[in-house]
Design a protein around this ligand. Structure first.
Ligand code: GLA
Ligand code: ZN
Length: 674
């Protein structure tokens, strides 16, 4: 496989939107910013194929020739993320039908029906032609299939394909009826053709919930598989002509629609687009990076971020001086081997004209944003020899599962506020604050390399999962479980016999009832330490079955009942947190957990800083970053170490201001400082 030369630095570049005089100017300006890469051809289908039988690569030839001559590393997209107008006019089936059942006309992007044979044929044909023409060009370093796969379709082709998918999965109609519990409301089907897609016209209620979560979860799986087969279709077309260039598509962090763990198996390298809002906590961005790294447990590409502003959020604030640089280093710290922007030149019209770019509408290098891009480019050029390929290691795993994501959010009751990512983040945040390295892991991960597994809101426990967790704990692992866990199996039918179902033995508790509290309602948890914390959202009413109680409810009719427990199981420990407890309370519990699991912070005196470590064969590379509002002292581990970025030797007097970043390399086996 081809490899990047150093840290890929560049991003989405659309010279096709500009006259040629500008291209020359672009080349000059990019060089000045140490840009070494361009992602091209993301939305050019209409240009490459102006009609059904006509392909025209002349402009792309010129763009690729120019970039090759200038020695850029090219990320070449296949352009299939937006349909050409002629195709929709001639073959309306290529467009999508939405959740409300409206069949769409030409317009927008990310708009192809994944199950349209016409779309499948044309998209693979285009990908193949591109690979045949450009795959052997040594400057083409990566294929970028389509763009941000997502959304869904409820057309007739999808409905037919859904039936085929279901037949494959369930084999008999009886098995399907059982899985979906169709006896409820007398919804039994007798023929595969009676099955319809779950949208507003059938089982839908609310935004995307349906009366039968089991159907909706299967639809999600089906749709994720369908889009993945679109990806594979193009990938295979490319591979016919090009076996050497890695292939990716740009993912979107915790995006709900697609099971990225499944996708990752088909991708050579993960890439993703990071667009935090002005108020996204830095811990959430870190979590997304850890998830994207976790998909293949390997370094990834940061395919897109904005140099400054966005256009599609309600409030598109500027990135403050130093913010983009700090964000980029956070990304690299968590495992990125590339930093790419959307976009290199700000467009002149349509909805992204206010979207930030390396070159602003002023058209010159004389901007704050350009200078910051340039500084980062110069630094990354230097780091390119050390960083790429280095790895992040962790002894703590947080389970993330798309099936569970869908099930938890599709289920009706007990609370609409039980959203998945928010609860994963509540737990992740603790480890972030303590500078404890975390891997986000799938439910079928090899747990044996971890000391601590945290599985927040593990509502759906599929076959084999409880056994795998038992094995992990039996052998000495520590497991954290929470409210809303172990309730259903893979089709959203309840594990009968008392909550948390298959996890009951592990946790040593029986949850008899689950109370739901409105946002203005609270209970409290009184810990054995006598500290009291507010809690809410849901409260498990539990009985001990071998576990010990670490905290009880403070009010209401279940005052005195256990809210937080600890159970010994084999050589290990299981903690069960029965309610959504305020941050300080959760931190007190997780302090106990971390102690018992013996997982360690990267440094113990790093409060207020984010500290992440990547390892090479013979060294550890530490990223020390300040995202807090106040100055923070450098941890003692780094006294007398030299910052790779500035060359400065730091000491006990060194203070990091907001957005300051230091990078230290410590060779294994060499002693530093005092
Ligand atoms: C996404 C897309 C890009 C662009 C950016 C704007 O990430 O992939 O084409 O629209 O958003 O933020
Ligand atoms: Zn469709």
């Amino acid at each position: 496989m081809k490899k990047f030369r150093g840290i890929l630095y560049g991003g989405d570049y659309n010279p096709n939107q500009w006259p040629k005089e500008i291209w020359k100017e672009d080349m000059r300006i990019f060089k000045n910013a140490h840009i070494n890469s361009a992602t091209i051809n993301v939305f050019s289908w209409a240009k490459l194929q102006p009609s059904e039988d006509l392909y025209d690569f002349s402009q792309l030839d010129e763009i690729i020739a120019m970039l090759s001559e200038e020695n850029y590393e090219i990320v070449l997209a296949t352009s299939t993320g937006a349909l050409p107008a002629w195709m929709v006019a001639k073959y309306p089936e290529v467009a999508r039908t939405d959740y409300e059942g409206r069949h769409h006309k030409f317009g927008q992007r990310h708009n192809a029906c994944p199950n349209s044979p016409v779309f499948q044929k044309f998209s693979a044909a285009l990908a193949g032609k591109l690979a045949q023409r450009y795959g052997s060009n040594p400057h083409v370093k990566c294929w970028h299939i389509s763009n941000e796969y997502g959304g869904d379709c409820y057309c007739e082709n999808c409905e037919k394909a859904f039936r085929v998918w279901l037949k494959e999965k369930y084999k008999t109609i009886g098995a399907l009826n059982k899985a979906w519990n169709m006896e409820f409301w007398g919804h039994t089907v007798y023929d595969w053709d009676e099955i319809v897609l779950p949208n507003v016209l059938s089982e839908g209620f609310g935004n995307d919930r349906t009366a039968f979560a089991g159907i909706s979860i299967d639809y999600r799986r089906f749709n994720s598989d369908g889009m993945l087969s679109n990806y594979k279709n193009e990938r295979d077309a490319i591979r016919e002509f090009d076996k050497e260039t890695p292939i990716t598509t740009n993912l979107m962090g915790t995006y709900k629609g697609l099971d990225y763990f499944k996708w990752a198996k088909e991708m050579d390298i993960i890439s993703w687009d990071n667009y935090p809002s002005y108020n996204t906590p830095w811990s959430e961005s870190a979590m997304c990076h850890d998830l994207m790294r976790g998909l293949k447990n390997a370094p990834f590409m940061l395919m897109e971020q904005t140099p400054s502003q966005q256009n599609w959020q309600p409030y598109n604030s500027l990135k403050r001086p130093g913010q983009m640089r700090a964000q980029s280093y956070q990304t690299i710290a968590h495992g990125a081997d590339t930093i790419q922007f959307f976009q290199l030149r700000r467009s002149v019209g349509a909805c992204e004209k206010f979207h930030g770019a390396v070159i602003a509408h002023a058209g010159t290098e004389n901007t704050r944003v350009f200078r910051e891009v340039q500084q980062l480019g110069e630094e990354l050029e230097r780091l390119g020899d050390i960083l790429p390929g280095s790895v992040n290691e962790a002894k703590t795993g947080i389970v993330f599962d798309w099936d569970n994501y869908w099930a938890l959010e599709y289920t009706s009751g007990p609370s609409v506020d039980l959203t998945y990512v928010k609860h994963i983040h509540a737990y992740y945040e603790y480890f972030y604050d303590k500078n404890i390295a975390v891997n986000l892991i799938p439910v079928d991960a090899d747990f044996s390399s971890y000391q601590l597994i945290v599985a927040p809101v593990l509502y759906m426990v599929k076959e084999g999962m409880a056994e795998a967790l038992e094995e992990f704990v039996k052998n000495g692992g520590t497991l954290v479980l929470t409210y809303m866990s172990g309730i259903v199996g893979e089709s959203d039918n309840v594990h009968l016999g008392g909550y948390p179902g298959p996890l009951r033995k592990l946790a040593g508790v029986w949850v008899e009832e689950i109370d739901a509290l409105a946002p203005e309602q609270f209970n409290e948890v009184v810990m054995t330490s006598q500290k009291t914390y507010s809690c809410g959202l849901v409260c498990d009413l539990m009985h001990l079955e071998g576990a010990e109680c670490l905290g009880t409810y403070g009010t209401d009719f279940y005052e005195g009942m256990p809210a937080v427990t600890h159970n010994r199981f084999g050589k290990g420990h299981v903690y069960y947190v029965g309610t959504h407890i305020e941050k300080q309370g959760l931190y007190e519990i997780l302090n106990i957990v971390v102690n018992s699991a013996a997982v360690e912070s990267i440094v113990s005196d790093g409060d207020g800083l984010e500290i992440v470590c990547r390892k090479t064969q013979d060294s550890k590379i530490y990223f020390v970053m300040n995202f807090s509002e106040v100055q923070q002292p450098i941890p003692a581990l780094f006294y007398q170490c030299q910052d790779l970025l500035s060359g400065e030797i730091v000491s006990e007097n060194t203070l990091l201001k907001k957005y300051d970043v230091y990078i230290f390399e410590r060779k294994v086996g060499v002693s530093y400082g005092k």
